[in-house]
Design a binder for this molecule. Structure first.
Ligand code: SAH
Ligand code: SF4
Length: 394
């Protein structure tokens, strides 16, 4: 009998990646189309846009023209696209739409943080948050990648919701575009011109690396130089540690990486970030060390939620320093943000200060993330919508 050749580490990673992508497909968004059959142009790659135009007998240069109107000018109405002749505008409007998710609710916090509840064409909902810088005219847009989340980190409100479905590229890009609409920030500012919506953090609802293809497509559109043109240095993807997809994101997107560490021992991380049972700390750290975009100029951010009496001791701070030793890294300490029924308390200021000092003394920047928008449940880990999987199935 022939011996079965052993599978190498790389084969196993490929198998694991294929498994993750197959599962992602089970939660796929509905086709991006209106009820009357018009195709959504937002969220198409350049090649797909050209193919849609070819299908109605249009030449490739139209794709370039439309790209400019959609992503540079922010136009949603074909009749505003003044470089396109009127009959052509009408033809485009017959077949296509340039849409935005509907803002079902918009709330603004006493600290100016703004939160939108966006409703998509099938009625599913997700939240997006804009966090303005308090001293300069810039700020971060916190974008959701899924309606809910399959993971159930103990401290996270989104985690109590389950996963309704993945968001499509149109819906991911659409969150940013709708946020821009709301601040009148079109056309896209060029180069380093100050802009209010200056960075994107994929830190809203959902695990972006469990919806990799749609997230990657959306970020590629946002980074495109002839449109929104946000540099990959201004985009940060946060993951709870989907190790097999981290390499791919690093190679293909090169955006900044944030890793939700939250515990320095496997027994505790198994409990509060259950994904750790699949990809334990040692594997996660190895993936971080391989992450190609990491350098001294672009450090990996380790997020660490401060839970009173759970993970906030001085011994744990020392262990954290040991784990990240030699990496271009910084540690973002996030005071736990409570939500209705949450099982934890925020660490005391003293505990947070002691923890931060130990990390800082070891040579790592260790800022404490100021909670923003808590009054409107817009702070880290507070996002949640009523959307359920059943509703998607109806
Ligand atoms: N799913 C991704 C990204 C979204 S969460 C991830 O987990 O990384 C963005 C950050 O907020 C993560 O670090 C997450 O662990 C943290 N977070 C979740 N719930 C929180 C809470 N209640 N208080 C403070 N931070 C929280
Ligand atoms: Fe999902 Fe991130 Fe919340 Fe964990 S912290 S449940 S991965 S959204």
């Amino acid at each position: 009998m022939n011996a079965v050749p052993a599978l190498s580490e790389a084969d196993l990673t490929d198998i694991e990646r294929a498994r993750i992508l197959a599962k992602t497909a089970r939660f796929a968004p509905p086709p991006a189309r209106t009820a009357d059959g018009r195709t959504e142009l937002v969220g198409l790659s350049r090649a797909e846009l050209a193919a849609e135009l070819a299908a109605i007998g249009e030449k490739p240069f139209r794709a370039k023209q439309l790209w400019h109107w959609i992503y540079h000018q922010g136009a949603t109405d074909f009749s505003r696209m003044s470089t396109i002749a009127k009959p052509m505008q009408a033809k485009l409007a017959e077949h296509f739409v340039v849409g935005r998710p509907e803002a079902a609710i918009t709330q603004t916090s006493t600290d100016d943080t703004r939160k939108w509840l966006f409703r998509f064409r099938d009625g599913q909902e997700a939240e997006t948050v804009y966090i303005p810088d308090r001293t300069e005219d810039r700020g971060a847009v916190c974008i959701s990648s899924q309606v809910g989340c399959t993971l159930s980190c103990k401290f996270c409100h989104t985690g109590t919701q389950g996963l309704a479905r993945n968001l499509g590229a149109a819906e991911i890009v659409g969150q940013f575009m709708a946020a821009r609409d709301s601040y009148g920030e079109w056309p896209s500012p060029h180069g380093e011109t100050p802009r209010l919506l200056s960075t994107i953090v994929l830190m809203g609802m959902g695990e972006p690396l469990y919806n990799y293809e749609n997230v990657a497509k959306a970020m590629t559109i946002i980074m495109d130089n002839e449109g929104i043109a946000l540099s990959r240095r201004r985009i940060t993807l946060s993951t709870s540690g989907v190790v097999p997809m981290m390499d791919r994101a690093g190679a293909e997107l090169g955006v900044n990486l944030a890793v939700s560490l939250h515990a320095v021992r496997d027994d505790l991380r198994d409990e509060i970030v259950p994904l750790n049972r699949k990809y334990p700390i040692a594997e996660l750290m190895a993936a971080c060390r391989r992450y190609p975009a990491a350098s001294n100029a672009r450090r990996i951010t380790f997020e660490y939620v401060m839970l009173k009496g759970i993970n906030d001791s001085e011994a744990e701070a020392h262990e954290l320093v040991r784990l990240i030793a030699g990496m271009p890294a910084k540690v973002n300490l996030i005071p736990f943000n409570p939500w209705p029924g949450s099982p934890y308390e925020t660490s005391t200021q003293g505990a947070i200060d002691r923890f931060s000092k130990i990390v800082m003394d070891a040579g790592f920047s260790s800022p404490v993330r100021t909670p923003r928008g808590r009054d409107i449940l817009a702070a880290c880990g507070q996002l949640k919508t009523e959307s359920r999987r059943e509703r998607a199935a109806r």
